[in-house]
Design a protein. Structure first.
Lengths: 387, 328
């Protein structure tokens, strides 16, 4: 495919506008009382108070006060006073507790394009939040300061689900995004946020690695509007060596999401030499098409060195374009290139007539030509959540 | 050197040292008087050290611990022993293991004795830190927190970790800033207990309390994580002595406290070889398990596989045949 169709100067101008919008959205979204609690002043709770234990869901008792967590495929068997791999769920006397319910460590107002979800209310604001914790340990983690921490180590806000929902409404955000870290490990909070959001007329989505067991996923599917899955690669080797995880359960999650009818988009962070081989990309695209359908959006985004993976260069745009072309060639209808502002593959095109439908630069939506979810030129229905 | 230990306490980045210690000539880390051909683990048992009720017998405790510490350093008394193992200019961290709370944590009396001998050996009180992960755990184990300008300080790492993680063996972690920037010497004070995943949690596993992400190191029976962490230079190069408070041991149901499986072992295990001490301690746990009719750790497929790994890394001796246990 050809590269940028937005000139460099124009892209910079548009980006500046987009960033201004982001800045206007970012920060200051917490009520004053919560801001006080979250600040570095004396009003912030001490570390002891920072833990907010609440009975967890999705676990079962074992012998000798042990429990087995049923939240993710790790099935951590956790002895008394110990925590699971995620670091945010603790066995206390044979009962399992989540330590992060209602304790986000970060809350922002982001455009939904930042998640990225391109087929969900384009241009909408998403109240985006995270607690600490993750059940993976990706060597390239871009939010490792909070994803790989334990609750005691990061200041947090006291923000019950109802407050999250009302905060979204008061900031004009029709969406709540559970993101930045791994929402699976704070599923109880996610579930309650989504319930509260529904009552307040705000939809909830998650940005996840998809490493979750069937039962909690089923429960979440009942309340979530959309899911973005980070498909880390398409080999078990990569999942094991680079993420301390497994791929198969993630593929199972994608199939279950499809079956449950929850709107799903997939992002692949393309890392030079590790997961960018043409055959791997082709296999991945075939899986998406055959098991999930050609209408599932697939985003190829650029890696930049971070955390424990500092020895590799950022992903060349040409590599992303090659991945894009392979996936499109396999018959996927909506393939995107991400983290390359101004690239033409940031925009949405009609799979039938190939006309541009939604024009994006960075996180900014410059034009949305969809009419009631259809292409205005040929009338084809474009899948997604448009209203 | 940014002295965050002092900074944390008084908001200063200046190192405060005594004039005498400032005159010391830096050299290789102190060692025991004579390095024995076989690693020695000192076992100091005193019947009645833990009465049926109340706190440990202070005299017996001091006698046992003092004898073991002195012998570990190849000296006649603990102060002389600490003079051999530490410089007056050292900033010494005594790492405790208080996660299980009172009853299965090091006794405060033990830490008090160790810091007292350090001071008698010339280490200023202000250069001694008793520490664990959190204030909460320390307090629950009976330690009085102290962050003042002078005197021995007692506090948890809390949020004061290095901003960037460091690669160590199979993982990467942030360490307490005072460990990476201030402490020049370490005493590891663990307990004698079973661990459901690692097999045992004595001294080496106690270093999990020195990293920000121990939850990422429990797979595969904590192996080889325990070995690599103990071998990490930030820890291994500073470690002078390991003390296991075995006044009460627990042979099953760990790492949490489980009185059903606790027994009054009434002893300390002390060594300068952290791996040898671990091997001996694991055998004590296993022997007790047999006594009470439990299968061995190996029977339960949780023998500490990280022990031979530690030996391979060259930080100590894991083979019981090559370790001498000396009763003092």
């Amino acid at each position: 495919m050809s590269g940028q169709d937005v000139g460099r100067r124009e892209a910079l101008r548009l980006l500046a506008g987009g960033c201004a919008a982001c800045l206007a959205m970012a920060g200051g979204v917490l009520p004053a009382s919560a801001q006080d609690r979250a600040g570095s002043g004396s009003l912030f709770p001490s570390v002891g108070e920072n833990l907010a234990p609440r009975k967890a869901r999705w676990w079962k008792k074992k012998e000798s006060l042990k429990i087995e967590c049923g939240l993710c495929p790790r099935h951590c068997v956790v002895a008394d006073i110990e925590r699971g791999t995620c670091g945010v769920r603790e066995n206390r006397g044979g009962e399992y507790y989540t330590l992060v319910h209602s304790r986000p460590c970060t809350v922002h107002l982001d455009p939904v394009e930042k998640k990225p979800l391109f087929h969900v209310l384009p241009g909408a604001a998403a109240l985006s939040l995270a607690t600490v914790g993750c059940n993976f340990e990706c060597r390239f983690c871009q939010n490792w300061e909070i994803a790989q921490a334990r609750p005691e180590q990061i200041p947090s806000h006291a923000l019950p689900p109802e407050d999250v929902a009302s905060l979204a409404r008061s900031n004009g955000a029709p969406l709540i995004a559970c993101t930045y870290t791994e929402p699976v490990v704070w599923s109880e909070y996610v579930y309650d946020i989504a319930q509260a959001g529904r009552k307040a007329g705000v939809r909830t989505l998650i940005v996840s690695n998809g490493y979750i067991d069937e039962e909690p996923l089923r429960d979440l599917c009942g309340v979530l509007a959309a899911v973005k899955i980070d498909l880390k690669a398409f080999t078990e080797k990569f999942y094991k060596e680079t993420c301390s995880g497994e791929m198969k359960p993630v593929l199972d999650t994608l199939r279950r999401l499809r079956k449950a009818g929850v709107w799903t988009e997939i992002v692949v962070l393309v890392i030079p030499t590790l997961n960018d081989g043409p055959e791997e990309i082709r296999s991945l695209a075939r899986f998406v098409k055959n098991d999930l359908g050609p209408d599932v959006p697939l985003h190829f985004t650029a890696f930049h060195p971070d955390y424990r993976l500092m020895n590799l260069p950022s992903t060349p745009t040409a590599t992303l374009e090659r991945a894009h072309d392979i996936a499109a060639g396999e018959g996927l209808h909506f393939v995107y290139v991400g983290n390359v502002a101004g690239h033409r593959a940031e925009s949405t095109y009609c799979p039938s007539c190939r006309k541009m439908l939604i024009r994006r630069v960075g996180y900014a939506v410059l034009e949305n030509r969809l009419q009631a979810g259809k292409c205005p030129d040929c009338g084809v229905t474009i899948p997604g959540i448009w209203s | 050197m940014l002295h965050s230990l002092v900074a944390a306490a008084v908001g200063s980045s200046r190192v405060v040292r005594t004039a005498a210690s400032a005159l010391e000539i830096p050299g290789p880390p102190p060692t025991p008087r004579s390095a024995p051909s076989r690693p020695v683990v000192l076992r100091a048992r005193r019947e009645g050290m833990l009465p049926a009720q109340g706190p440990p017998d202070a005299r017996k405790l001091a006698d046992a611990l003092g004898a073991a510490v002195a012998r570990a350093a190849g000296e006649e008394d603990p102060t002389a022993g600490f003079r051999r193992l530490f410089r007056r200019s050292d900033v010494v961290g005594i790492k405790l293991n208080c996660i299980a709370g009172k009853g299965l944590s090091p006794h405060p009396e033990v830490a008090e004795l160790l810091s007292g001998w350090l001071q008698a050996a010339g280490v200023p009180a202000r250069n001694i830190l008793l520490w664990d992960r959190t204030d909460r755990e320390l307090a629950a184990a009976g330690f009085a927190l102290r962050r003042g300008r002078d005197g021995v300080r007692v506090f948890g790492t809390e949020q004061d970790y290095d901003p960037k993680p460091r690669e160590w063996g199979p993982n990467a972690s942030s360490f307490p800033r005072f460990l990476s920037e201030d402490l020049t010497a370490l005493i590891n004070v663990g307990v004698l207990k079973d661990h459901d995943l690692a097999g045992v949690s004595l001294g080496m596993k106690n270093w999990y309390g020195a990293i920000h992400n121990p939850n990422k190191c429990h797979a595969d029976g904590c192996s080889p994580y325990v070995a690599h962490l103990a071998a990490y230079p930030l820890i291994h190069d500073k470690l002078r002595l390991t003390v296991i408070d075995g006044i009460t041991g627990q042979c099953h149901g760990g790492p949490g406290r489980s009185p059903r499986w606790a027994w009054p072992y009434q002893a300390f295990l002390v060594a300068t070889d952290p791996v040898a001490l671990e091997a001996v301690g694991a055998k004590v746990i296993d022997d007790r398990r047999k006594e009470v009719g439990l299968g061995t750790l190996a029977d339960e497929k949780r023998a500490p596989r990280w022990l031979p790994e530690a030996a391979k890394l060259g930080i100590g001796e894991a083979s019981l045949e090559r370790i001498r246990v000396e009763d003092v």
